[in-house]
Design a protein around this ligand. Structure first.
Ligand SMILES: Cc1cc2nc3c(=O)[nH]c(=O)nc-3n(C[C@H](O)[C@H](O)[C@H](O)COP(=O)(O)OP(=O)(O)OC[C@H]3O[C@@H](n4cnc5c(N)ncnc54)[C@H](O)[C@@H]3O)c2cc1C
Length: 454
């Protein structure tokens, strides 16, 4: 690789300036995939990463995290993990995987360099890119800075200094929190795994559950990643209407188990509905817990039904699993939901906000965004010629933010860039003739070494 240890920029007129055809910003899985496809197509490029390769997997997540998908699925086609195919890779191994992957094809990645600003040139084609180490002139820019750049804590968060409040991005382990009970807001994959870990460490935990999808971890001998694949659900091009903000509750922790909220309540967690407001040390919840669980059950059963139909249609010999349809009885916290909780009286000392992320493209100062700042693009090819987005939710399909999905989106974008190269390399008849004449003239000039020869 050009640099895991950093190389200096060439200096020019006291400014550090470098020219490159395609600049990729970010070296997470998206940037690495982009670099692989550009390399295969012979497109000169450079990847700039402000931290280290796959930094989000190293320091942006909690200590015990393992990948949500088994390693036979959550990987790029060109390299397997050195693990049992059905295992769930610990996060450090995921980071090491992407580093090894980049090394495999000698990816031109420069780490420790932040892109501060990208603007379109007024007087010539391409973009000027200001970085922490100098200026780059690029014909094209691929924003591979990730789907989860800025942790979002909703404005209802209380202004209470006595409480420890963390976003899930800053949560590491139970020992990090002061003694006492914890309220976890958000029950997607992060919230539900963190709540489970805290409860298992001996804490009293309240888990605020909103709308969610809840696939079976596995059914009839196949992981849900397999089911989503064969049923074409990873390839869905847009979220079903009304489900745009529905999170997915899934986990590879402890070998991978289906998230069952009633089971978590049985284990000792207290489930509550969507968190509504905080006032004078009291948090209020919506009365929607039973509905949210019912909709999650519906989604779960839909997948089982679709899987059964697929098995029947294709005559597969996969073992029946009737127990997958068994439902835990509704626990007391569901039948008599808490609508208010006095935090101090309940001994709650911490709140974990597992409430998602937003993107931050403040550095990309080009016309590729709508009035609300949303990237405008078609499968990552933006409305601003020469600017590309990669790794965004639903970029081309449901799988776009996931490891295997981003690899396919990167291929599409690299193909687009290579096709543009071909168009730009075209010369018309007059130009071809002029080039041939130049070549002939060049060949006719006696070469010094020939003149000198006896
Ligand atoms: C808790 C959690 C668990 C997940 N588990 C899985 C899973 O099991 N399987 C799966 O397929 N997906 C999973 N995902 C989803 C997705 O795979 C990850 O979020 C992944 O990190 C996204 O990769 P990325 O390359 O798009 O973005 P990132 O990994 O965020 O990489 C973007 C990179 O860009 C760099 N960067 C940003 N701005 C700049 C700048 N201005 N200049 C230079 N560099 C910059 C950042 O430092 C970062 O390294 C998970 C996500 C989360 C939050």
């Amino acid at each position: 690789m050009t640099d895991l240890n950093r190389t200096a920029f060439p200096k020019c007129n006291d400014r550090l300036v470098e020219d490159i055809d395609t600049l990729v910003v970010g070296a997470g899985q998206a940037g690495v995939a982009m670099s692989e496809h550009l390399s295969k197509l012979g497109v000169p490029h450079l990847v700039l990463e402000r931290n280290r390769i796959a930094e989000a997997w190293r320091t942006g997540r909690w200590d015990s995290l393992v990948a949500n998908g088994p390693v036979w699925h959550d990987r790029f086609p060109g390299l397997e993990f050195d693990l049992d195919p059905d295992a769930f890779a610990p996060k450090e191994q995921v980071a090491a995987y992407f580093e090894a992957y980049a090394r495999k094809f000698n990816a031109p990645i420069r780490t420790g360099v932040e892109v501060k600003r990208v603007v379109r040139n007024a007087d010539r084609p391409g973009f000027t890119v200001e970085t922490s180490e100098g200026v780059i002139r690029a014909n094209r820019v691929v924003a591979a800075t990730g789907p989860f750049q800025r942790p979002v804590i909703p404005p209802i968060a209380p202004n209470d200094t006595a409480l420890t409040q963390l976003h899930s991005a800053a949560y590491r382990n139970p020992q990090q929190l002061p003694a006492g009970a914890v309220l976890v807001v958000g029950a997607g994959s992060s919230g539900v795994q963190i709540a489970d870990e805290l409860q298992r460490s001996g804490r009293q935990v309240y888990l605020s559950v909103g709308a969610h999808d809840r696939p079976p971890r596995s059914y009839r001998g196949r992981d849900f990643c397999w089911w989503l694949g064969v049923l074409g659900l990873w390839d869905m091009e847009a979220a079903q209407p009304g489900k745009e903000h529905v999170t997915i509750a899934v986990s590879g922790a402890r070998g991978g188990q289906t998230i069952d909220f009633r089971g978590l309540a049985e284990q000792g967690l207290t489930l509550v509905g969507l968190t509504k407001a905080f006032s004078n040390g009291v948090v209020s919840f919506q009365a929607d817990l039973a509905d949210n669980l019912a909709r999650g059950d519906e989604n779960y059963l839909e997948l089982l039904d679709a899987a059964d139909a697929y098995i029947a249609r294709n005559g597969l010999d996969l073992p029946e699993e009737p127990e997958a349809r068994r439902k835990f009885p509704d626990p007391d916290c569901v039948t008599h939901p808490l609508l208010e909780l006095d935090l101090a009286a309940a001994g709650v000392t911490s709140i974990i906000w597992a409430t998602g992320y937003a993107v931050d493209f403040s550095w990309l100062q080009v016309g590729a965004f709508d009035a609300n700042g949303k990237p405008q693009h078609q499968r990552g090819v933006s409305s601003e010629p020469g600017v590309y987005f990669l790794g965004l939710p639903w970029l081309s399909r449901r799988g776009s933010t996931f490891i295997w999905g981003v690899w396919h989106d990167a291929k599409h974008i690299a193909d687009h860039i290579a096709t543009q190269h071909k168009y730009l390399a075209y010369r018309d008849a007059a130009q071809r003739q002029a080039a041939a004449q130049d070549a002939r003239a060049e060949a006719a000039v006696p070469k010094l070494s020939i003149l000198g020869a006896s």
